[in-house]
Design a protein around this ligand. Structure first.
Ligand code: DSN
Length: 401
């Protein structure tokens, strides 16, 4: 057997035998894996259904048409593009379509739960090619919408790209849209982390508020690694040619041939997302995260936002004087796989942050419920007690990354 296939078997075992609690990870469906591993990957299809630069695309056209129809149906939008290779390319395409280099864009800081592509300064395209301004959270770990509104009035961003990778509380999309509308800015909602919860009705939907929505397809949606961009009715009203601007930004603006095998996998996941079981799943993800947060808090841990209204919990280890790296390593030894994460006001750099981020999407996909969350919280608390008791080195000499 090729060494690579052996390693895949090993990884399959690891994924089955540990608790996958990184909030952006999930288990997909066998049918999605079949689609992604299929012969569709042999075909080149630059262009869009019915307008390709290559012959032999009649079947691929049908597949992409179906994926687009299912994506549009999911949120009742007039337009969807299923070709972005992943979340960062999807967000890049939206910037490319809507703003020019040097213009002002606004997003949430990475250290309070934004994403690199939401305008992180200096090291990302979104902070290098645009004038990026970013907001944080208040002392209590909550977004302060009136402060953000004042900030937006002063900075006048042309585009606000709002989304979360670690902010545990629900967004008020209406307030974000009022802010964007008051300055004539585009509101782009990046729902990559919470799409499955939105579909289940367990998290607020930006559909009536944002002009454009982006999402990856492999997190709470449980599809393959990929992304979708939607133009909403509000977006179409603001600019009737917005769909073609988005499509042209994806191809030929930033990408070449779409990954047809991924497109098929996305279509399968979108069909699954319409099923009643998926709604139950999304709701249970949030119930489980709340139960996990309550149990960790009762065990004495400090939580970002003091709890959660989504699929994730961020533990602030600063009061314990512990490093996120050391706790995450110790948890992995115990079979609980989480990731280290920055917390608000973190004095440490992102590579050596003072928190850990835990999510319930994958363990909920395995059928776990509140009772299991209490058991898992007990194990996590035990591991943290162990780290405290043994005073393991805490990266005090960490270099600034
Ligand atoms: N890397 C993803 C996450 O872990 O949240 C976001 O793209």
């Amino acid at each position: 057997m090729d060494k690579i296939l052996e390693l895949i078997k090993k990884e399959e075992k690891r994924q089955a035998e540990t608790l996958m609690m990184i909030p952006s990870e999930n288990y997909t469906y066998p049918e999605v894996r079949e689609a992604v591993g299929s012969i569709l990957m042999h075909k080149y299809s630059e262009g869009y259904s019915g307008a390709r630069y290559y012959q032999g695309n009649k079947i691929v056209d049908d597949i992409e048409r179906l994926a687009v129809e299912r994506a549009k149906k999911l949120f009742g939008t007039p337009h969807a593009n299923v070709q972005p290779y992943s979340g960062s390319p999807a967000n890049s395409a939206v910037y490319f379509a809507l703003v020019n280099p040097g213009e002002t864009v606004m997003g949430m800081q990475l250290k309070v739960g934004g994403h690199l592509t939401h305008g992180h300064p200096d090291i990302t395209f979104s902070g290098k090619y645009f004038r990026s301004v970013q907001f944080g959270v208040d002392e209590d770990g909550r977004l302060n919408y009136s402060k953000i509104a004042k900030f937006a009035k002063v900075e006048k961003p042309k585009l606000m790209l709002i989304g979360t990778t670690a902010y545990p509380l629900a967004f008020d999309w209406k307030k974000f849209s009022e802010i964007a509308d008051s300055i004539g800015a585009w509101l782009v909602a990046d729902i990559s982390h919470v799409i499955g919860l939105i579909v289940a009705g367990a998290y607020p939907s930006p559909i009536n508020y944002a002009h454009v929505i982006t999402s990856t397809t492999h997190k709470t949606l449980r599809g393959p690694r990929g992304a979708i961009i939607w133009v909403t009715n509000k977006g179409l009203k603001k600019d009737p040619v917005l769909p073609s601007k988005i499509d042209r930004a994806v191809f030929p603006g930033l990408q070449g041939g779409p990954h047809n095998n991924t497109t098929a996998g996305i279509a399968v996941a979108l069909e699954k997302a319409e099923m009643p079981e998926f709604k139950k799943y999304g709701k249970q993800v949030v119930k489980n995260a709340i139960a996990l947060g309550v149990a960790l808090k009762m065990g004495g841990l400090s939580l970002y936002g003091d709890g959660t209204e989504s699929h994730l919990v961020v533990v602030n280890l600063m009061p314990l004087g512990l490093s996120g790296n050391v706790v995450a390593e110790a948890l992995e030894i115990a079979g609980v796989v989480v990731n280290r994460n920055s917390v608000p006001n973190d004095p440490m750099p992102p590579f050596y942050p003072s928190g850990i981020r835990l999510g319930t999407p994958a363990i909920t996909a395995r059928g776990m419920k509140e009772k299991e969350m209490e058991q898992i919280a007990e194990w996590i608390l035990k591991v943290i007690d162990y780290v405290k008791a043994y005073k393991l080195p805490q990266n005090k000499d960490a270099r600034n990354t």
